[in-house]
Design a protein around this ligand. Structure first.
Ligand SMILES: NC(=O)C1=CN([C@@H]2O[C@H](COP(=O)(O)OP(=O)(O)OC[C@H]3O[C@@H](n4cnc5c(N)ncnc54)[C@H](O)[C@@H]3O)[C@@H](O)[C@H]2O)C=CC1
Ligand SMILES: CC(C)CC(=O)C(=O)O
Ligand SMILES: [Mg+2]
Length: 359
C-alpha cells in the first residue's frame, strides 16, 4: 500500500514544541497499528518570513497540494507585527486555507470528564459537554475585498474591511453542518447577526432553504451576541453550531474555555476534495513559547482528527483520544489545565505520558 503523505508545518512560538509531541504521537500510533505514513516538513508563518521573506513560500504550498493531510502548529509573533500586512505570518495561514479551499473548519469542544473542575465555569454547567462548531473558513470579513486604510480629504484615516458571502459559500458550509448534525444530536444552531447585517440575513435565508433537505435536523437561529452569552450560561443546549469565519473564530476560543483550556481544542479544516489541514485552535502563545509550558493536547487531538477524517485510520484516532483521556484520569496536567492539588508537568512530559498510555 502506498504511504500516506503528511506535511508538517510547525510555524512559530509554541508551534514547534507542540508539533514535536504531535509527531511523536503519530509515529507511535503508526508503529502500533502498522500504518504507512510518510512525514515531510515545510516552513510557514514567521519562520518562513525569516528564511524566505514570505509567510507562505511556493514550495510549501506545492508540498501541501501533494499531501494527503497537513498538520499545522501555529503562526505569529510580535516581532513580525510591524511588517507590511501581506508579509505577516497570519497571511501565510489565511493563504494556505484559501489556496487549498479549506472552507469547512470543524472545532469540537468536548469536555474530558477529569477536567470538569479545570473549567472556569461550574462543573455542573460543563459536565458532559460535547458540541461542535462548524466555522466557514475561506470567506467572510477575513477575505472580503476591498480592504485597507485610506486617508480621507479631512486628513483623518479610515480603515475598512468588507463582509461578503456568496450564496454558494453559505450553501457548502451549510451542507457540512447539517450533515454533521445528522450524525450527532440532530440539532443545528446557525449563529448570525441577521438583525443588523444584510450578509448574515442572506446566511439565515440560505440555512432555512437547506433545512428542507434535512428534515430530521432541528434548525434554530441565534444572534451572535446571544450565542456568546448562551455558551457560558448553558453550553449543553448546543449540539452543532454553524457560523461565519469571524464569529466562529471568536466563539470557538470562548468554547475552548468550557473544556478547561484553549490548549484542549483541536480542529480540522477540510476541502471538498477531502484534503484536510489539522491544527489546534489556539495561536503561537508567545508569552509561554520556549518554556516547555504549552499544553500539547490540542495538537495531539488534531493528529487524531487527521487520522479519522483524512487518512481513514479511525482505530488509531480512537486510541489517541483514549490515551489523552487516560493521562487526564491519571491526574497529569500542564499548567493551563491544572487545578488545586494537581502537580504540573511540561509539554514534553505530557507528550511522553500520552505515548506511554498508547503503548
Ligand atoms: N492558528 C494560528 O496559528 C493562530 C495564530 N494566532 C497568532 O498567535 C499570536 C498570539 O495570539 P494570542 O491572541 O495571544 O492567542 P494565543 O492563542 O496564542 O494565546 C492566548 C492565551 O492562551 C494561552 N495558550 C494558547 N495556547 C496554549 C497552549 N497550548 N497551552 C497553554 N496555554 C496556551 C497563551 O499562553 C495566551 O495566554 C498572534 O501572533 C496571533 O496572530 C492567534 C490565533 C490562531
Ligand atoms: C490568526 C488567524 C488568522 C486565525 C485564528 O485566529 C484562528 O483560526 O483561530
Ligand atoms: Mg482564533
Amino acid at each position: 500500500m502506498q504511504a500516506k503523505r503528511v506535511l508538517t508545518l510547525a510555524g512559530d512560538g509554541i508551534g514547534p514544541e507542540i508539533m514535536q509531541q504531535g509527531i511523536r504521537v503519530l509515529e507511535t500510533v503508526a508503529a502500533k497499528f502498522n500504518l504507512s505514513i510518510k512525514m515531510e516538513s515545510a516552513l510557514i508563518g514567521g519562520a518562513a518570513v525569516d528564511a524566505e521573506g514570505q509567510p507562505l513560500p511556493a514550495s510549501t504550498l506545492a508540498a501541501a497540494k501533494e499531501s494527503d493531510a497537513i498538520l499545522l502548529g501555529a503562526v505569529g509573533g510580535t516581532q513580525w507585527d510591524t511588517l507590511p500586512r501581506p508579509q505577516r505570518p497570519e497571511q501565510g495561514l489565511l493563504g494556505i486555507r484559501s489556496q487549498l479551499e479549506l472552507f469547512a473548519n470543524l472545532r469540537p469542544a468536548l469536555l474530558f470528564e477529569p477536567l470538569a473542575s479545570a473549567s472556569t465555569l461550574k462543573p455542573e454547567v460543563v459536565a458532559g459537554l460535547d458540541l461542535l462548531i462548524v466555522r466557514e473558513l475561506t470567506g467572510g470579513i477575513y477575505f472580503g475585498q476591498p480592504r485597507g486604510v485610506e486617508t480621507l480629504d479631512s486628513g483623518e484615516r479610515e480603515g475598512f474591511n468588507t463582509y461578503r458571502y456568496r450564496e454558494s459559500e453559505i450553501k457548502r458550509i451549510g451542507h457540512v453542518a447539517f450533515q454533521a448534525a445528522q450524525r450527532r444530536g440532530k440539532k443545528l444552531c446557525s449563529v448570525d447577526k441577521a438583525n443588523v447585517l444584510e450578509v448574515t440575513g442572506l446566511w439565515r435565508e440560505v440555512m432555512n432553504e437547506l433545512a428542507a433537505e434535512y428534515p430530521e435536523v432541528e434548525l434554530t437561529h441565534m444572534y451572535v451576541d446571544n450565542a456568546a452569552m448562551q455558551l457560558v450560561r448553558a453550553p449543553k443546549q448546543f449540539d452543532v453550531i454553524v457560523t461565519g469565519n469571524m464569529f466562529g473564530d471568536i466563539l470557538s476560543d470562548e468554547a475552548a474555555m468550557l473544556t478547561g483550556s484553549i490548549g484542549m481544542l483541536p480542529s480540522a479544516s477540510l476541502a471538498a476534495s477531502g484534503l484536510g489541514m489539522y491544527e489546534p485552535c489556539h495561536g503561537s502563545a508567545p508569552d509561554i513559547a520556549g518554556q516547555d509550558k504549552a499544553n500539547p493536547l490540542a495538537m495531539i487531538l488534531s493528529v487524531a482528527m487527521m487520522l479519522r477524517h483524512s487518512l481513514q485510520y479511525p482505530e488509531a484516532a480512537a486510541a489517541i483520544e483514549q490515551a489523552v483521556a487516560d493521562v487526564l484520569t491519571q491526574g497529569l496536567r500542564t499548567a493551563d489545565i491544572a487545578h488545586e492539588g494537581n502537580s504540573i508537568i511540561g509539554t514534553q512530559a505530557m507528550g511522553e505520558a500520552v505515548i506511554k498510555a498508547l503503548n
